[in-house]
Each structure stands twice: as structure tokens, then as C-alpha cells.
Ligand binder design. Structure first.
Ligand code: C5P
Length: 254
């Protein structure tokens, strides 16, 4: 059997050349890292859950007209996506203070923000993905003004969609990170949502109890990460409702 070509291996995913030009196979690993990979672990079942959850969010975004790289899920751990030129910025949207914003500005975690705040970080592991301003982005040519306007608009549409979807299942979307890629349709350039949307890249708190259902469970040693992600998937109907919170291994529906 022909071996497929690995294009890139990141902390949580591997990208392989896709079956057709312009496509990529995105493989979700069980590896978890935090604090710029200073903390690492392999968490059984995480990749399977993130593959399904990212499919769920990307498909939903597509259905409301937000362009994404998602084409189709291939199997438990892989999805076929459109090849994009990734813009080297992490786009973060925050609805409530938490994480680095709380640290930076001394805001109590959970403080409601006056409006959704969009931030950019440079994608650079060696530098620890530093916070950058629009001024830096344009001066160093990481994106043009039009790209920036489009990125903010895209990120806010994702925020509205994700906030609504999560609120409907009793979960508060505190913040999230997305990555955005450039594609060309003939001579026409568009920006689309790429990478993944999963509890690895969002902060999700139970509305009633405040329980954390995202990667902070791993970052802060708050319990079993697979249980937390399984709970998110179960509430969204990505898993059958008879899967219990404490289920050892996720059982997936087709
Ligand atoms: O750490 P910070 O508060 O800046 O993170 C904001 C949001 O972006 C969180 O939901 C976090 O999970 C996500 N994030 C990410 N990847 C990074 C940095 C942040 O997914 N490299």
C-alpha cells in the first residue's frame, strides 16, 4: 500500500496530503499540550472527540454561510479539508474574562466583557505565540488591512454561532481561538475558517455550575479531560444520550 505524504505534524494534529490537489487529510491525535508544550500528556479518546466536535461546528458554520475548510469526515480520527494558506495569526474572541486576559489586565475570571473582544497572537511556538496589535500585523505584513477587517468579521460570526449553539445546551462560551486561511477561487481570494474548533481551543463553562468543560481541565489539573469533552459532545447530540458522563471510551454515532 502506498504511504501517504505527511505535510506537517503539530501538537494535536497531523496533516497528510489529500487524495486530490488542494485537499488535506487532518488527523486528530490524542496528545495534549499546554503552556507552549511545557506540559504534555496523551489522553485516550481526545482525538476522536475533537474530530467529531470540529466536524459538528464547521458543518454548522457552513450551514449558516460561514466559509470553512471542512469537506467531510473520513473516519474516527480523520477529516478531509481544503488546503489553505494559513494566516500566521491566532484569532481569539472573548466574551468573558479568563486566561491570559485576566492575567494581563487583572480582571476576575468570569467578568462579563462590555462587548466581544477580538485579539491577535502571532503563531510562533518559539516565541510562545505573543499578543500582537493590528499595527504590528500591518507593519510586518502578516495580513493586510482588508484581511484584518475580514478576519474580525469572520471571527465575530463564529462567536455568534458558537455562543448560541453552546447556550442551547447550557454551556457558556467564554472565549475561543480560531485560525483563518486564504483560498483562491480562480482569481478571487477569500478567507475561510481553518484548523479546528474544539474544546482544545475554546473555554466552555457549564452555565449552572461553572464547571470547566475544556482544555483548562488539563492545564489546571481539574479532572478527566475525556469526560469533560464527552459531556460537551453528549449535550450537542454528537454522542448518543445514553453515553454516561463517566464512560471510559466514547461511543460514536454515525
Ligand atoms: O490563554 P488565553 O486566555 O489567551 O486563551 C484564549 C483562548 O484561546 C482559550 O480558549 C484558549 O484555549 C485558546 N487558545 C488556543 N491556542 C493557543 C492559545 C489560546 O486554542 N495557542
Amino acid at each position: 500500500m502506498a504511504r501517504r505524504k505527511k505535510i506537517y505534524e503539530g501538537k494535536a494534529k497531523i496533516l497528510y496530503e489529500g487524495p486530490e490537489p488542494g485537499t488535506i487529510v487532518q488527523y486528530f491525535k490524542d496528545d495534549a499540550t499546554a503552556f507552549n508544550a511545557e506540559k504534555r500528556a496523551t489522553i485516550e479518546g481526545k482525538g476522536v472527540l475533537n474530530n467529531r466536535l470540529s466536524e459538528f461546528f464547521m458543518k454548522g458554520l457552513g450551514q449558516i454561510g460561514v466559509p470553512t475548510h471542512f469537506i467531510k469526515r473520513l473516519n474516527m480520527r480523520e477529516q478531509l479539508v481544503r488546503q489553505v494558506e494559513i494566516i500566521p495569526l491566532e484569532v481569539i474572541v472573548r466574551n468573558f474574562a479568563a486566561g491570559s486576559l485576566s492575567t494581563r489586565l487583572g480582571l476576575a475570571e468570569g467578568t462579563a466583557l462590555p462587548r466581544p473582544i477580538v485579539e491577535f497572537c502571532l503563531k510562533d511556538d518559539k516565541l510562545g505565540d505573543p499578543f500582537v496589535s493590528e499595527e504590528h500585523i500591518m507593519a510586518f505584513g502578516w495580513a493586510a488591512q482588508q484581511d484584518l477587517d475580514d478576519m474580525v468579521a469572520l471571527a465575530l460570526r463564529v462567536n455568534d454561532f458558537m455562543s448560541g449553539v453552546m447556550m442551547a445546551v447550557g454551556i457558556k462560551l467564554v472565549d475561543f481561538k480560531i485560525e483563518i486561511g486564504r483560498v483562491w477561487d480562480n482569481d478571487y481570494q477569500r478567507l475561510i475558517v481553518a484548523d479546528e474548533i474544539s474544546p482544545d481551543s475554546c473555554r466552555l463553562w457549564d452555565m449552572e455550575t461553572g464547571q470547566k468543560l475544556d482544555k483548562d481541565v488539563f492545564r489546571r489539573d481539574l479532572g478527566n479531560l475525556t469526560d469533560a469533552y464527552t459531556e460537551v459532545a453528549r449535550r450537542l447530540g454528537v454522542l448518543p444520550s445514553n453515553v454516561t458522563h463517566a464512560a471510559k471510551k466514547p461511543t460514536l454515532i454515525n
